[in-house]
Design a protein around this ligand. Structure first.
Ligand code: ADP
Ligand code: MG
Length: 254
């Protein structure tokens, strides 16, 4: 589904990602994890053409990202950014409807089917009561759910989500993970999720991709990658920390 060949990328002429290779199968639920600044967001942005590599290529369904038009790419990959600056005052409904843009003509308007899908998705993400609310008047978690709902109505076979659980309370975290798991199960959606929650990754994801200093240091089945032996050195956890088989981390008090 997604193949990355020998990808290198620099910020301000300083090499950051170097010679990254990766293959992600269709229908994979992949937890992308790693310390702050390890390159997780950079990798996802490269996968949606928000950043341009210095060399190498990213293929989606065998076709280079550069050969997709913006509209084609939006039908193939949806992306939920880590944060989004609110520049225009749109309502929740209008924001989620933007996910349908790739399916509407240049001057096209929303169809009855678009409206039905948006309303269903607002129900599913518990946003229906907020549909007329402006984005600036939402809590962090409500805004996060709005951005996830916008990506859902895009109905792309690949979804990339950058820390989608960051602002959510525990019930909504599970709710969103359940919705994503259902998309994977029902539609065969390929999911890449940046997470910091090991137990959540172990419960939902089948694959884990660990990054360190701009490189992929481990990639494979969650149960094999998210072990104490791998987590502790990757996240710089010393002997005071313990990681159990469910991914729960404890630190002994001094
Ligand atoms: P992560 O998502 O893993 O926390 P990022 O991919 O956002 O990390 O960032 C990786 C590294 O690149 C960090 O050291 C960060 O400071 C740096 N970085 C991110 N964006 C820029 C930018 N626009 N210009 C220069 N450096 C950046
Ligand atoms: Mg990030």
């Amino acid at each position: 589904m997604i193949t990355i060949n020998n990808l290198s990328f620099s910020y301000d002429n300083t090499p950051f990602l170097q010679h990254v290779n990766l293959h992600i199968d269709k229908g994979c639920f992949c937890a992308v994890m790693g310390p702050n600044g390890s390159g997780k967001s950079t990798l996802l942005k490269l996968m949606v053409n928000l950043l341009m590599p210095n060399s190498g290529e990213i293929l989606v369904n065998g076709k280079s990202l550069n050969d997709y038009s913006q509209r084609e790419l939006a039908k193939m990959i949806s992306y939920v950014p880590q944060r989004e600056d609110i520049i225009f005052e749109f309502s929740v409904y209008d924001t989620v409807m933007m996910g349908r843009n790739p399916y509407q003509g240049r001057w096209g308007s929303a169809s009855a089917d678009d409206d039905r899908l948006v309303c269903e998705t607002l129900e599913r993400t518990h946003l229906a009561h907020l549909k007329e609310r402006l984005l600036s008047q939402l809590s962090g978690g409500e805004l996060q759910r709005t951005l996830i709902a916008r990506a859902m109505v895009q109905q792309a076979p690949v979804m990339l989500l950058d820390e989608p659980l960051a602002n959510l309370d525990i019930a909504h975290k599970y709710e969103i993970m359940d919705i994503l798991a259902q998309l994977q199960h029902d539609m065969g959606t390929t999911l890449l999720l940046i997470l910091h929650d090991f137990p959540m990754a172990l419960q939902y994801a089948d694959t884990a991709l660990l990054m360190q200093n701009g490189n992929i240091c481990h990639y494979g089945p969650c149960r094999e990658v998210l072990t104490s032996d791998i987590i502790k050195p990757t996240f710089h956890l010393d002997e005071r920390f313990t990681v159990d088989e469910n991914g729960n981390i404890r630190r002994v008090k001094r």
